[in-house]
Design a protein around this ligand. Structure first.
Ligand code: BEZ
Length: 203
């Protein structure tokens, strides 16, 4: 398999953490690509018509995207561990948590793009504030649940960790741990995992 990726993306990080935690490193070739909506990478476009990372090219040549489809596919490749509960309420809880984490990443990445890609005179402060409000909405929900996370690891947990990690990476001044202490305590421990340490973006 081939993963088209950019290390700064929190969605990519979620997939990389899955690959490491599921023991699939030997099965996935990592292909770094640089792409923006203004300069869309041709190799990526050939595999994914909407040129988004992460994109996984399977051994049969077909592509999978977005990150939630990729994580579900990777999970299906190994008998254990499984990062999706098999059925019942637990399954929907995990899926909803992964979606919440992805929503937090979306909002944080959108705000970053607005500030980083748009010409200053075209930037819309209220829109950025709205994205930041979404980030806080997710942080509040995760914080309320964090005391029950324990040592759990599943798609929702990995997503939440990668979303928090992205804030530390791109928004170091946001100081989220002060307002969401239970989440901060859980994250401090979870982020010590080898899979998290080895996937930290630096630029
Ligand atoms: C970033 O540089 O923050 C970034 C890069 C790719 C995807 C998402 C975010």
């Amino acid at each position: 398999m081939k993963l088209l990726y950019a290390p700064a993306s929190p969605f990519v990080r979620k997939v990389l953490v899955f690959i490491k935690e599921l023991g699939l490193e030997d099965k996935v070739e990592l292909v770094k690509v640089s792409t923006t909506v203004l300069d869309q990478n041709a190799e990526l476009a050939a595999c994914n018509p909407v040129t988004k990372i992460p994109t996984l090219v399977m051994d049969n040549g077909k592509s999978l995207y977005d990150s939630r489809v990729i994580t579900a596919y990777l999970d299906s490749l190994v008998a254990s561990p499984s990062f999706y509960a098999a059925d019942g309420d637990a399954r929907w809880d995990v899926l909803a948590m992964e979606a919440l984490a992805d929503g937090m990443m979306d909002a944080a990445v959108n705000a970053r793009y607005e500030r980083g890609l748009r010409p200053a005179e075209k930037q819309w402060d209220d829109w950025v504030d709205g994205q930041v409000k979404k980030v806080h909405g997710a942080l509040k929900a995760f914080d309320a649940a964090a005391s029950s996370f324990g040592d759990r690891i599943d798609a929702g947990i990995v997503g939440a960790a990668c979303a928090c990690g992205y804030l530390d990476f791109r928004y170091p001044d946001i100081g989220w741990r002060e307002d969401y202490p239970a989440l901060g305590t859980w994250y401090a421990k979870f982020s010590e995992r080898k899979s998290m340490q080895e996937t930290q973006a630096s630029s």
